[in-house]
Design a protein around this ligand. Sequence first.
Ligand SMILES: Cc1cc2nc3c(=O)[nH]c(=O)nc-3n(C[C@H](O)[C@H](O)[C@H](O)COP(=O)(O)OP(=O)(O)OC[C@H]3O[C@@H](n4cnc5c(N)ncnc54)[C@H](O)[C@@H]3O)c2cc1C
Length: 522
Amino acid sequence: MIETFTGTTEGPDAAALRERARLCFDLDVDICIVGAGLAGLTVALEASRMGASVAVLEGRHVGWNASGHQLGTVMPGFGLPIGELIERIGFEDTKELWDLSKEGAAYVRANAMEEHIPGIALSEGALEVSNVDVGDQLISRLQMLSEDFETEVEGWQIDRVRSELRTDRYFHGVYYPKAFQIDGRKYVHGLAAMARRAGARIFEDTPVVSIDPSGIRKRIVTPSARLRASHIVLAGNVHLGAPLRRLSETLLPVWRYAGVTAPLGERLAEIVAFRGSVSDTDGIDHFRIVDGDRLMWASPETTWAARPQRFAGAIASRIRTIFPKLGRVEISDTFGGAIGQTVHGMPQIGQLRKGLWVASGFGRQGLNTSAMAGQLVARSILWGDERWRLFSPFELVWAGGATGRVAGYVVGLWGRGSAAAAGALARHRERARIQERVREARLAEANRQGGTRPAVRRPPPDRPRPAVPRQSPQSQQASSYREPVPAHEEPPQAPREPAQAFAAHSYPEPPLAAAHREGEGP
Ligand SMILES: Cc1cc2nc3c(=O)[nH]c(=O)nc-3n(C[C@H](O)[C@H](O)[C@H](O)COP(=O)(O)OP(=O)(O)OC[C@H]3O[C@@H](n4cnc5c(N)ncnc54)[C@H](O)[C@@H]3O)c2cc1C
């Protein structure tokens, strides 16, 4: 089994919330769920509310892995960019998936109320910032999100972004006023408490060592008990291991680490005025303010398990790179967990064979997507809802085993490196534009004083003369969002995203992929 180090001390409330019970007697239930992370617990809560008898078997404890060590940002959508989704499955199916992802976020919001989960600390708004100057691309994205996908978004110009976040690293932004953040750790324990109240039984320190999914009543074996169930839901993410190793191998485990600074006092508000979550479009940094004057920041990633404490220095220096005016920051807490990355970037949701279900591979965006998956799977089992089939185009593709991890690491490094290079280029161009404007202003002033006519600027001879773009009514409408770019400059190229680059690898397809397609057994 892959080792995960959470590397953080749990508060007394977390310990009190945990009511550890190991399964040491045989049991018969309607639904047996493997894994008490966000996905498994959502299935448990929903299925119990619908009247099924449910047992959750967790090898460690509730929220042991990523689910108990995340930043709590709840956004619509998936890890895979919307444009790539449309390319892959077409507009109509993308729209349905997008609506499901919004339902997932709404589900989290409905649960994350103070009366259900005390201290959940819900706050509104999330901002996605660009590391490069891609205003034009953002305009079409904004139009698509708001008009075609009915998602409330605002485009922020560079000035607005930089008045909220005092750094020259970020350019334009997309603000999601309906996105929100919660205390992620409280949420997973609150979900477990709600599932228990609805009648689910959660057994911790109870690893599932094997399953036999044949027959109507399926068999599940743990070190000290045997269960029988009509349905098994595999929600073990990258740690599933022995019960269905071939399924585990369709996920690339990526360990993501985060830290929380010591209180930073008033200097933080001067530099980071924005109070919601911030993430960059390259998926490198993700942060928000917690406890009034501390920064919670996720960034480093590895494809092997390491102690999060090791990354305290890297997180501090990353904060300094983005916000140099903050000065030195001390990291007082670190944590991390393994996320399951699929080759295509979309989660694994569906029925592998009759009565055997999977809900895994939620990547970096697991809060809304695992909520969506939990609802879909429970409704499919109990009400015959077939919408999980929308995920059928995203097959179970082998993630490359150990070789895949090395490849994933290299691709991740390359993605970060190329994002950094693109960011540096964008900042260089921005500085050059400013210098050019200053030079032109000086020249105009000199001409005015000398009574001469200003020189006509021509594009340099090595560049083709740019065509004058014809503006559509829509682009005119959005043009207030556009930054002025000198006519002879090309917009910088956006780097390829790591997920996209990873998906470009073709791995041999195991028999499981075919099974998933046809709904047959592995
Ligand atoms: C640092 C960090 C920050 C993040 N921030 C965000 C964020 O702000 N917003 C967001 O949407 N997402 C975020 N994520 C991603 C999100 O946390 C994950 O996508 C999500 O938690 C995955 O949930 P899960 O239930 O699939 O998996 P897990 O949390 O891994 O849960 C699976 C559980 O199954 C158990 N298990 C596995 N195998 C067995 C077995 N054989 N028997 C018994 N039990 C088993 C494991 O012990 C584990 O507890 C973040 C992740 C990290 C690491």
